[in-house]
Each structure stands twice: as structure tokens, then as C-alpha cells.
Ligand binder design. Structure first.
Ligand code: SIN
Length: 316
């Protein structure tokens, strides 16, 4: 009933942790039985260690949170030696999120992880918190396509492209990711925002701006998942403000096949397993399944009228 598929990756249920919000999962292992979660998505791993941005770099907002972490992590060498073996003991499918400053770095990271043995790669094309948007590949369809294609050439696992909402239209970027061979799209990363300290008359976050996440962005994320679902054939991982089983079902209806839970785990680090239980209960109540719910709003879309009627109305 809860099973779902992301390309060739089968998940026991559609509930995933969102990159950057739950460490590697290892940090949260004492709060619940993580083997019951569909999958864990790691914090972005880069080739070299990164200190990230100076504090303050987290700020709670009404119904959300701003972060400007700046991809702090200890680098791939550490991750492979220390973190990945720990993640493997937790049980769920492992999706490793990678971030490169160049195409070559993405490829190198993909090669390293694929030879280490993981279940899927999530390619972070959309971090808003680094200098001059250096890692913001997904505002440009050509860069998106080239990066995904380069990663796909060396990957032996499904590759998901994580896209930015900070664009006028996400659909050409989603199509570019599909064109590059992506097995799925993760939508969306955070929305760029700002908090202001009026007493100091300056921004709260040291970098000035940060990425907004949490329930405040759910309607935007649902809209973007739906837009992407209408223009690509590959599966979508919805992310943005989901914190309950009902939220997960909304994302599934809008076009997702799985849903990442992020900011909600700051409030309740055991949130994932609660959502899995509630999903099972709600779907039993209505006699449905994750498969039937997923993309259901697309099946309900009105069909275009027959061509012969429309052609006559076209301007000449
Ligand atoms: C960060 O580390 O700054 C957040 C990562 C992201 O938004 O992709």
C-alpha cells in the first residue's frame, strides 16, 4: 500500500528525510526506528571540507526557518570513511546529496559514491547560500542538462536533480534535467529570504540572505511540483514544508512519487515514523494506496478539446 518507485529505486514508503535537515540520519537514530523510513537523504557532501558561513546562519520565522549554512561538511573523504558506514547500519535506502563547484567535481563525487555503493544520488544544483551563486547551477537550463548528463555518464544508481524555486519558470529547468537523463527531480530547494534586525538596522543572518523552508513555503512547493509534473515524465520528489501525512498526500496528488520532510524534524526528530503510521491509517480509511494517490491530480486534468474545433480559432 505504501510502496513507491523512483525510477529503478523501490522504496517501502514515500517518506524521506530532506537533505541538510537531518544530518546523515545517524544523529537522529535514538529518536525513532529509522529503518521504517523510506529513505534517508544526506546533507550535501562536497569534494573538500567546507566551514560554511559564519553565524548567525539559522533564524526562525513565522511558520518557517531561514538558513544560510553554506554547505558546511567535512568533505567526501571523511563521509566515505566515517558517515556512510554509520548510515548503512540504519536500514533505509540511502540517497547521497552531492554538491560540486564545477562539473568535474560533480562527476568525481558521483564516481566516488557509486563505487562505494549507495542507492541513489541527489545532485544539489540549487544551494542559495554560497558566494555569487557559485553552486546555483539550476537557474540555467543548459548547465542543469550538462551537469545531470555528466553525472549520469558515470552513475550506476538513479540520479535525482534538486532544483531551485528561485527562478521565473521552473519548467524549462525541469525539462533540461530530464533531457540530461535525470531519473527524477527533487522540487524544491529553499526560497531566498531575509530577516532584519531593526535595532541594529542590518540583516540578522551574517550573509544577509538565506533559504526559507518550513510550512510557510508548502503552497509554493505544491504549485511547483504540479507544474513540473505536467511537463516531465520522470518521477518527482516533493519537498517544501511537509510535516504531516496529509501534507505528504497533498504532494503525491499534485505530482510527487515521494516526499522529503525537512524543517519539521527540527520540531520533532521522530516525525518520519509518525508520518508513515498516519499515511497507512489514512490510506486504509479511504481504501487507496500511495501508487493510486501519486499524480492523481494530473489524471483529473481537463483534456484539451479536439483539434478540429481549435484550429479554426487560431489567428492566421
Ligand atoms: C546550505 O548548506 O546552505 C543549505 C543547502 C541547500 O540549501 O542546498
Amino acid at each position: 500500500m505504501l510502496e513507491t518507485k523512483l525510477g529503478s529505486l523501490r522504496l517501502a514508503n514515500p517518506v524521506l528525510s530532506a537533505s541538510g535537515t537531518y544530518g546523515s540520519g545517524w544523529e537522529g537514530r535514538t529518536f525513532s526506528d529509522l529503518s521504517r523510513v523510506g529513505g534517508l537523504v544526506s546533507k550535501t557532501v562536497t569534494l573538500r571540507p567546507r566551514h560554511g558561513n559564519p553565524p548567525p546562519r539559522i533564524w526562525e520565522t513565522a511558520s518557517g526557518m531561514l538558513n544560510s549554512i553554506g554547505l558546511e561538511n567535512k568533505g567526501v573523504e571523511w563521509f566515505l570513511a566515517d558517515t556512510l558506514p554509520k548510515m548503512r547500519t540504519l536500514g533505509p535506502k540511502l540517497i547521497i546529496n552531492i554538491g560540486g563547484e564545477t562539473l568535474a567535481e560533480f562527476v568525481q563525487l558521483a564516481e566516488l559514491f557509486c563505487s562505494a555503493g549507495i542507492d541513489a544520488l541527489e545532485v544539489n544544483l540549487s544551494c542559495p547560500n554560497v558566494q555569487e551563486g557559485k553552486l546555483l547551477f539550476s537557474t540555467d537550463p543548459r548547465m542543469t542538462e550538462r551537469t545531470v548528463a555528466a553525472v549520469k555518464r558515470v552513475a550506476n544508481v538513479p540520479v535525482f536533480a534538486k532544483l531551485s524555486p528561485n527562478v521565473t519558470d521552473i519548467t524549462p529547468i525541469a525539462r533540461a534535467a530530464e533531457q540530461g537523463g535525470a531519473d527524477g527531480i527533487t522540487a524544491i530547494n529553499t526560497l531566498i529570504g531575509m530577516a532584519v534586525d531593526w535595532r541594529k538596522q542590518k540583516p540578522v543572518l551574517s550573509r544577509g540572505i538565506g533559504g526559507l523552508s518550513g510550512p510557510a513555503i508548502k503552497p509554493v512547493a505544491l504549485r511547483m511540483v504540479h507544474e513540473v509534473a505536467k511537463c516531465v515524465r520522470i518521477p518527482i520528489i516533493g519537498v517544501g514544508g511537509a510535516r504531516t501525512a496529509e501534507d505528504v498526500l497533498e504532494f503525491l496528488c499534485a505530482g510527487a512519487s515521494a516526499v522529503e520532510i525537512g524543517t519539521a524534524s527540527f520540531v520533532d526528530p521522530a516525525v518520519f515514523v509518525g508520518i508513515v503510521d498516519d499515511l497507512e491509517r489514512l490510506l486504509t480509511e479511504v481504501g487507496s494506496s500511495v501508487g493510486a494517490m501519486s499524480r492523481s491530480m494530473l489524471r483529473n486534468l481537463p483534456q484539451p478539446p479536439p483539434m478540429h474545433g481549435r484550429q479554426a480559432e487560431l489567428p492566421r
